[in-house]
Write a protein that binds this ligand. Structure first.
Ligand code: ZN
Length: 217
């Protein structure tokens, strides 16, 4: 069964606790974009905000690190209660020790791919991760969903199946209702949604509709 991940970067951060409560019935994960302003602008949320989200939800907290040297944040994030941490393939020279360090800190671990990065770069690591995240916009850009991501999702799903691996396959970036359907058809089983949820007039209703699509996965 597919999962919905609500990305709080688009939420009203001054009202975070209430926003999280609104989506909680439908969101399996709360997705937190951590950006350092260098790997991807702007500077966003760090461990302090993660800790305050943790106090308001029992849902899986997923930190998506769009930062250089992601491993430097692992211990602090694990302490604040992050369950799953994802770092970018483009941000590290060798993913293997980074994956080990995340596990050593007590978190599940995933890898993310920016749109320009060939998907084959993660193939060697698919057996070592819990989660693969395909960016469907460029990191840090408020762009619309890139349909050229769909064949990338499809190829990753094919590779996971061929090897009998059960890592989650996520799409993240500009995903709206119609894109969500196409992503699920292509093989994604986790939908990250930001403005499609928190930009909607009816935040809970938008989350419910996206969750229904995710469940078809
Ligand atoms: Zn993200």
């Amino acid at each position: 069964m597919g999962k919905l991940s609500a990305s709080i970067l688009s939420a009203d951060l001054a009202d975070l606790a209430d926003q999280v409560k609104l989506v909680e019935p439908y969101a399996d994960l709360i997705h937190i974009d951590v950006m350092d302003g260098r790997f991807a602008p702007p500077l966003t949320i760090g461990p302090v905000v993660v800790a305050s989200v943790r106090r308001h939800t029992a849902r899986t907290l997923h930190a998506h690190l769009m930062v250089e040297a992601p491993e430097a944040l692992f211990d602090e994030l694990a302490e604040t209660g992050v369950d799953l941490v994802t770092f970018h393939m483009e941000a590290v020279a060798d993913p293997e020790p980074v994956i080990r360090k995340a596990r050593g800190a007590g978190m599940r671990v995933g890898v993310a791919l920016s749109p320009e990065t060939p998907i084959e770069t993660v193939f060697a690591h698919l057996g070592d991760v819990d989660d693969v995240l395909v960016m469907t916009t460029r990191p840090g850009k408020a762009e619309s969903f890139m349909p050229e991501s769909l064949p990338r999702v499809r190829a990753l799903r094919t590779e996971l199946e061929r090897r009998g691996l059960d890592a989650d396959l996520e799409v993240d970036g500009g995903v709206r209702l119609d894109d969500a359907r196409r992503c699920v058809e292509a093989g994604a089983n986790v939908l990250v949604a930001a403005s499609a949820i928190f930009g909607a007039e009816d935040v809970a209703g938008a989350a419910r509709d996206l969750k229904a699509i995710a469940e078809a996965a």
